[in-house]
Design a binder for this molecule. Structure first.
Ligand SMILES: [Zn+2]
Length: 520
């Protein structure tokens, strides 16, 4: 059986500063960055090392030469379609189509995709993979580039997936059982907890009704036409991108991509590709979930908001302000974790996209058994302390230095970035518009904005970090601890109490002086 990742993948925190650290990878010095002077309203430019093009049929491509690892290329076919586009009677079919792509295509009948990849020494899971999520389906191959035939054949696999999956009737019916088995066996505690959480988090939206795993009765009974219809509707040239990153000649790859994908006909009368929003909910919703296989007690507070545009220089600057806020608060939580008898084992806070239309701010902690109330009280006390007193100038200076150092490291190591994460950046650029300016430009933006960002500006973020609106409080714990878990009403009291308690300002006892003195 093919082991493919098909669970929901949430968009990770990929933008702004996080991206700076994993982005990178230039072979030659990039063009002189204009980051110092670009107006805030300008769109962040594309790294000149990336060739981005659109074929006449609408298909987009991204190509970048990269020598980590040597003699290898990462290929992706990205389809801007996932489970959210399924009709009511198609629930689970985006994932089913993904499975059928490994069960026969025009040039690779039967299991020949896997057979071919194995003949190159590549393994399923490690070098051949795919996943279906709410808004996109992504196919991934890693192939050797020292064999001239291999890369062309691999692009042919991607081309077949794009428009020539066979949907052999016998194979369709055989695959039903495989998917149901995956559904039954593949779920671990984390997935079950997520699957319980998503409908609450996404309540009132189309997403809440379209978990990628779908409905077992539809997988079991759906007719072949409805499956093929999903493929015909959404696997089309104006909704797909091909990505190639690796140790190859870029212009040769561009010619091969044009020849493979240029002949796919543009759709004659394409269905509009809808975008779905997640409606705001008033106040706070509570959810306490237990699972027999859960091994730890985890508490999360999640605050949602509609996704803001992220493509401009000004948006990048705002992400820096918020990222600084997140690392400042995480540092305070971390300091608490170090104390004897701390209320949590680990805690951290982040903000970022979690669906293409929705951003979330999350504060998460692992607590000891029976420590849920104490954990929440401690988290909300620290948020409230920041709301009332803000951070100190010395704390901000430390985080500025940390950020500066990680960017300097990224810049020094820009030629060591592996092709896989680079390819994944381009996937995110295609599906959600994440900027891909390259580390040189990004470093320039940071040089420009870091000294400008004031303490007052960072402190202002506190009010909107975890407000009592459009908010979800989640506890997930081992089933055996169910009796010890607090009710929603109890949690509400704990959080309210923490927000109203008398507090003193934080006193920074971590000295910044030696760090500053040792900077080169
Ligand atoms: Zn699957």
């Amino acid at each position: 059986m093919i082991i493919l990742h098909t669970r929901v993948r949430l968009m990770l925190l990929a933008s702004g500063i996080v991206a700076a650290v994993c982005l990178v990878g230039a072979q030659q010095p990039a063009m002189t960055p204009s980051a110092q002077g670009d107006p805030l309203g300008q769109i962040v430019p594309v790294d000149p090392l990336i060739t981005v093009g659109t074929l006449p049929n609408g298909l987009r491509y991204y190509i970048r030469a990269n020598t980590q690892p040597r003699a290898r290329a990462e290929l992706r076919l990205v389809v801007n379609a996932g489970s959210v586009l399924e009709d009511e009677d198609q629930r689970g079919l985006a994932h089913f189509v993904e499975h059928m792509s490994f069960n026969g295509t025009m040039h690779f009948p039967g299991q020949d995709v896997i057979g071919f990849m194995q003949s190159l020494g590549m393994r399923v899971g490690a070098h051949v993979n795919a996943h279906t999520s709410f808004d996109e389906t992504v196919y991934e191959l890693q192939v050797p580039t020292d064999n001239p035939v291999a890369i062309d054949r691999s692009l042919l696999i991607l081309e077949d997936w794009a428009h020539s999956v066979s949907f052999n009737p016998v194979e369709i019916d055989k695959e039903r059982g495989v998917i149901l088995e995956e559904w039954r066996l593949g779920l671990g505690a984390d997935e079950r907890i997520h699957d319980t959480q998503f409908p609450i988090l996404l309540k009132g939206s189309r997403y809440a009704e379209r978990l990628p795993i779908g409905k077992p009765e539809i997988i079991r009974n759906v007719n072949h036409e409805r499956l093929k219809q999903f493929y015909a509707d959404w696997y089309r040239s104006d909704q797909m991108a091909v990505i190639a990153v690796g140790d190859f000649d870029k212009s040769l790859i561009e010619r091969q991509i044009k020849s493979h994908f240029g002949s796919i006909p543009a759709p004659a009368s394409p269905k509009p590709r809808p975008a779905y929003a997640v409606p705001d909910q008033p106040g706070t919703v509570y959810s306490v979930i237990t699972d027999p296989e859960a091994t730890a007690t985890r508490i999360d507070a999640i605050s949602k908001m509609a996704a803001r545009p992220q493509t401009t220089v000004g948006a990048y600057r705002q992400q820096m302000v918020e990222q600084l806020f997140g690392s400042l608060l995480s540092a305070r939580l971390d300091e608490i974790t170090q104390r004897p008898g701390a209320p949590f084992l680990a805690a951290r806070t982040v903000r970022g996209l979690f669906l293409r239309a929705e951003e979330s701010t999350t504060i998460s902690a692992l607590v000891m058994e029976g420590g849920v109330e104490r954990g929440f009280a401690a988290l909300f006390t620290e948020i409230e302390r920041v709301v009332r007193f803000g951070f100190t100038a010395t704390e901000l200076n430390r985080q500025r230095l940390n950020l500066q150092r990680s960017l300097e490291r990224a810049l020094v190591e820009k030629d060591k970035s592996p092709s896989g994460p680079l390819a994944d950046e381009f996937v995110r650029n295609f599906v959600q518009g994440e900027p891909i300016p390259g580390i040189v430009y990004e470093f320039g933006m940071n040089q420009r904005f870091l000294p400008q960002i004031t303490l007052a500006e960072v402190n202002r973020v506190a009010e909107t970090w975890m407000p009592d609106r459009n908010r979800l409080i989640v506890v997930s714990a081992p089933e055996k601890d169910r009796a010890t878990l607090p009710s929603a009403a109890k949690l509400a009291l704990v959080i309210e109490g923490a927000s109203g308690a008398p507090l003193t300002a934080y006193v920074d006892t971590v000295s910044s002086q030696p760090l500053l003195a040792h900077l080169p």
